[in-house]
Design a protein around this ligand. Structure first.
Ligand code: NAD
Ligand code: LMR
Length: 332
């Protein structure tokens, strides 16, 4: 790998030991297309692909794409340290997906342990990395990573993100379909968490007029968009391709902000003061990203009476999901 990097440095005059992004779970349904999209990202110099299976093949395949980054494949726990070392950004789509009839919380028993182990390795080998958590249930896996980092004495809330981008991507698409407009021009502030009623689209802030029937239908579809895909995939998994695009968008936004670009705002689930008064420690709102990660957490902004009711319904579930993650790491 080092020889390959040195060769690249001489050939291009660019030091490839710049931005290193590691994908953990890189051989999975999300991991593969996400890694493909990240290989196309000019802000990435080194792309490190880790999984417990198949990463040599995925890395060999992606490495043939002629963009200016070096790809390395790492398989199994003994290669995890090398995969993580010096990473600036670590994206985690490792873990099992839902089958029809399951909630995201039903994944907790399997995925909590996977995320905890990966976070422990990250705290050891790349304690300053920005952690982007895709693995479900995001409402709980983000607090799990925080608790692991706290135990290791390396927690910085500015560098931990639950990736909720798919909710805003879906919200734009569904509003665009309802109003027959280009979804790329529609921005919906989606707040809260990433499961069912904890996903709260604030349609009243879009500047578009909706009937109450449209609001209720759209809200339900945005909250349960993941279930549409789970049902259509009929037991073979959940959203992978749209998630890969959403994950690549968030990673790109963060990398641009880290390199000094100003005014980059993405909704993301972070440690936040916004709903603290209701006992909710992690919450998604629009967040301005900067050279150190989280730069400014935006307020919720004005809510309609309907949206205030959504908030009341979301708070207890969010609080329980967070508590479950915190207790998982701190149990005796
Ligand atoms: P998948 O089963 O296709 O892939 C998961 C990958 O994780 C597999 O390659 C597997 O080998 C790997 N893996 C398992 N244990 C591992 C470990 N200890 N270390 C490293 N890799 C490990 O699943 P998927 O469809 O890619 O979904 C992955 C996760 O992302 C699921 O939990 C799913 O619910 C979640 N997800 C989140 C969002 C979101 O919006 N945040 C969207 C879609 C899916
Ligand atoms: C999604 O929103 O598509 C993901 O969280 C996967 C799922 O389980 O629905």
């Amino acid at each position: 790998v080092l020889l390959e990097q040195e060769g690249k440095r001489i050939a291009t005059g660019v030091d490839p030991r710049g931005a290193k992004v590691a994908v953990l779970g890189a051989a999975g349904g999300i991991g593969q297309p996400l890694s493909l999209l990240l290989k196309l990202n000019p802000h990435i110099d080194r792309l490190s692909l880790y999984d417990i299976v198949n990463t040599p093949g995925v890395a060999a395949d992606i490495s043939h794409i002629n963009t200016n980054s070096v790809v390395t494949g790492h398989k199994g726990p003994e290669q995890l340290g090398e995969a993580l070392r010096d990473a600036q950004v670590i994206v985690i789509p490792a873990g099992v997906p839902r089958k029809p009839g399951m909630t995201r919380d039903d994944l907790f028993n399997t995925n909590a342990g996977i995320v905890k182990n990966l976070a422990e390795a990250a705290a050891k080998h790349a304690p300053k990395a920005h952690m982007l958590i895709i693995a479900n249930p995001v409402n709980s896996t983000v607090p799990i990573v925080a608790e692991v980092f706290k135990k290791a004495g390396v927690f910085d809330p500015k560098r931990l993100f639950g990736v909720t981008t798919l909710d805003v991507v879906r919200a734009s698409t569904f509003v665009g379909q309802t109003k027959s407009t280009n979804p790329e021009n529609i921005n919906v502030h989606v707040i809260g968490g990433h499961s069912g009623v904890t996903i709260m689209p604030l349609l009243s802030q879009t500047g578009t007029k909706f009937t109450q029937e449209e609001i209720e239908k759209l809200t339900h579809r945005i909250q349960f968009g993941g279930d549409e895909v789970v049902k259509a995939k009929d037991g073979t998994g959940s959203a992978t391709l749209s998630m890969a695009q959403a994950g690549a968008r968030f990673t790109d936004s963060l990398l641009r902000a880290l390199s000094g670009e100003k005014g980059i705002v993405e909704p993301t689930y972070v440690k936040s003061h916004i709903a603290e008064k209701d006992g909710v420690e992690y919450f998604s709102t629009n967040v301005e990203l900067g050279t150190n990660g989280v730069s400014k957490i935006h307020d919720i902004g004005p809510m309609s009476d309907y949206e205030k009711k959504l908030y009341e319904a979301a708070v207890p579930e969010l609080r329980n999901n967070i508590k479950k993650g915190v207790e998982f790491v701190n149990k005796a």
